[in-house]
Design a protein around this ligand. Structure first.
Ligand SMILES: NC(=O)C1=CN([C@@H]2O[C@H](COP(=O)(O)OP(=O)(O)OC[C@H]3O[C@@H](n4cnc5c(N)ncnc54)[C@H](OP(=O)(O)O)[C@@H]3O)[C@@H](O)[C@H]2O)C=CC1
Ligand SMILES: O=C(O)[C@@H]1CCC=N1
Length: 276
């Protein structure tokens, strides 16, 4: 039973991803019904001013909000859950975005039967182009997954996976924006090396990244086909791709994503299990 007066969402942890989700949700639905609980009073005040949301202590967050979105670092989650446990009941929905942290670990720290949904979002939620991937814990039903999906759909696309795939998802789409930013940095630096002004180089690279992303999403063609269309025989693109292959960029990307996957498992203290 949901106690009367409990409504809306509290974001617990107003850091990078907490703010990305908050900004999109406020943009989509307004600040009414959204609360933020943040350890740093300065940061809480900043978010309140920026988004017009109310800020609360942990206990009050659980009294006033039905959905509790945990957005603290995996290293802080056990302390948070220890403090939260006495305030939570089965009428809440707990949504955790902590990398690597299995729903079973969250459930074990809370009263029996509390529904928990694990989500891996990403920072493009800031511009409504997020990718959020959901898995249900042992006590989360379809209605809880639907509720979490509806929340995250406000800031981008949503997919569901068995929880055993969440560490791979984390390595791919959770951390993924950083790989593209890294690549863009390198391309802009190369443009500057070739004598272009920084702002022009940045404009060229960012628009090229955007155009390439939209083509990959909308053209229905495989990235290899799209790359072939850029690669004139004996031309500039094949000369560049040969260097990327020579320097092992493809292998480096695979190794990077494997390292992120391993780190996600390490942060969680082991791989997440699927519901049986
Ligand atoms: N950044 C990203 O792109 C993504 C992050 N995630 C996950 O989201 C979580 C947060 O990551 P990120 O936003 O990068 O981290 P941040 O460190 O930027 O944000 C976490 C915030 O939570 C605060 N906090 C810690 N403990 C508490 C508490 N008990 N009550 C209230 N606030 C608290 C922290 O305060 P303080 O600064 O004092 O520590 C900090 O402001 C992590 O678990 C991460 O794995 C998931 C997907 C993408
Ligand atoms: O770097 C991290 O650990 C978090 C999880 C996914 C993206 N950022």
């Amino acid at each position: 039973m949901t106690p009367t007066g409990r409504r809306g969402l509290a974001i617990i942890g107003g850091g990078k991803i907490g703010e990305a989700l908050l900004s999109g949700l406020v943009r989509r639905g307004g600040a009414d019904g959204i609360l933020v609980c943040e350890r740093s009073p300065e940061r809480a005040a900043q978010l309140a001013e920026r988004y017009g949301v109310g800020t609360v202590e942990l206990g009050e967050a659980a009294v006033r909000a039905r959905v509790l979105l945990l957005a603290v670092k995996p290293q802080d989650i056990d302390v948070l859950l220890g403090r939260l446990a006495e305030h939570v009941d089965t009428g809440h929905l707990v949504v955790s975005v902590a990398a690597g942290v299995a729903t079973a670990r969250v459930e074990a720290a809370l009263p029996d039967g509390v529904p928990v949904v694990r989500v891996m979002p990403n920072t493009p939620a800031l511009v409504d182009e997020g990718m959020s991937v959901l898995s249900a814990g042992a006590h989360a039903g379809e209605e809880h997954l639907d509720e979490a999906a509806a929340l995250l759909a406000a800031v981008g696309q949503v997919r569901r996976v068995p929880e055993s795939q969440q560490d791979a998802v984390t390595a791919l789409s959770g951390s993924g924006p950083a790989y593209f930013f890294y690549l863009v940095e390198a391309m802009v630096d190369a443009g500057i090396l070739l004598g272009l002004p920084r702002s022009l180089a940045a404009d060229l690279v960012v628009q090229t990244a955007l155009g390439a992303a939209v083509m990959m999403r909308d053209s229905g063609e495989h990235p290899v086909q799209l790359r072939e269309a850029v690669s004139s025989p004996g031309g500039t693109t094949v000369a560049a791709i040969r260097e990327l292959e020579r320097h092992g960029v493809r292998a480096a990307m695979t190794a990077a994503i494997e390292a992120a996957h391993a780190r996600s498992i390490e942060l969680g203290g082991g791989s997440g299990r699927d519901r049986t």
